[in-house]
Design a protein around this ligand. Structure first.
Ligand SMILES: Nc1ncnc2c1ncn2[C@@H]1O[C@H](COP(=O)(O)OP(=O)(O)OP(=O)(O)O)[C@@H](O)[C@H]1O
Length: 244
């Protein structure tokens, strides 16, 4: 069976010489929900940026939907993997919310009522009322609203795999709860980088810990996220729900 995401021995150093990834190997099965956790600077965002070709491996190999990621498969990979950036301001660039969410599906050939419907559905999924938000200017939104518009833009593309960088950061409690519900409902394969270990526990059956650019643990969330010693060794804390 084809695994939607495969990463083998991935190494990456930034141009200034910072070694951000030092031999990452992991694979996601179809429909799996996997949390990627680790302290600040451990390499989570750097790894995620590789998964749709925004960064290219220094060494190692990435397969997306069974195809090695390369210049000739980049377009396919960007359709297959929907990436939510850590900073929503890197993702929103059109004047209005409606145009931002429509941008991806429009590029895939959607138009007319089908396009409008897909934009409305995506906004509703992230809890933003289309009538209130479609004409709003993206740059005037609050951080939490921007994050939700950016997620709506990713969902509107209907990718096979969702790769989400800190999706709950900046969300108020009700929006966070809605996100958790959405993540448990969406059928896609998901890789979710997060510091929100309670959300990880609720939405992901598997958790991978990375520290200093290496995978240091990979297993069932209810074991990994309940292991106080393991978490503390890697600069993390027990989820609140497990009695920190
Ligand atoms: N553009 C860059 N140039 C040089 N070094 C960078 C750059 N971006 C990130 N780094 C470094 O690469 C390492 C990994 O950073 P990365 O952003 O991937 O970590 P992270 O796990 O996502 O952190 P956080 O939890 O704070 O979001 C860090 O040491 C960071 O300082």
């Amino acid at each position: 069976m084809i695994e939607p995401l495969v990463v083998e021995e991935l190494h990456y150093s930034y141009p200034d010489g910072t070694a951000a990834l030092r031999g990452i190997t992991l694979a996601l099965g179809t429909g799996e929900n996997v949390a990627l956790v680790g302290p600040n600077g451990s390499g989570k965002s750097t790894l995620l940026l590789h998964l749709n070709g925004l960064l290219l491996p220094g060494r190692g190999r990435i397969e997306v939907g069974g195809k090695p990621l390369s210049a000739s498969t980049l377009e396919f990979a960007r359709r297959f993997v929907g990436l939510l950036f850590q900073n929503p301001e890197d993702q929103l660039f059109m004047p209005t919310v409606g145009e931002d969410v429509a941008f991806g599906p429009q590029n895939l050939g959607r138009k007319g009522e089908k396009l409008r419907e897909c934009v409305r559905t995506a906004l509703e999924r992230v809890g933003l009322e289309p009538a209130r938000f479609l004409e709003r200017q993206s740059y005037n939104l609050s951080i939490g609203e921007k994050k939700r518009v950016a997620l709506a833009g990713v969902l509107a593309m209907e990718p096979e795999v969702l790769v989400l960088d800190e999706p709950s950061a900046g969300l108020d409690p009700r929006s966070r709860r809605r996100l958790i519900r959405l993540l448990t409902e969406l059928p896609q394969t998901k890789l979710v980088a997060t510091h929100d270990l309670d959300m990880a526990l609720e939405t992901c059956t598997r958790t991978i810990i990375i520290d200093r650019g290496q995978v240091v643990a990979d297993g069932p969330s209810d074991q990994i996220l309940a292991d106080r010693v393991l978490l503390e060794t890697h600069g993390l804390e027990l989820p609140l729900s497990l009695g920190r």
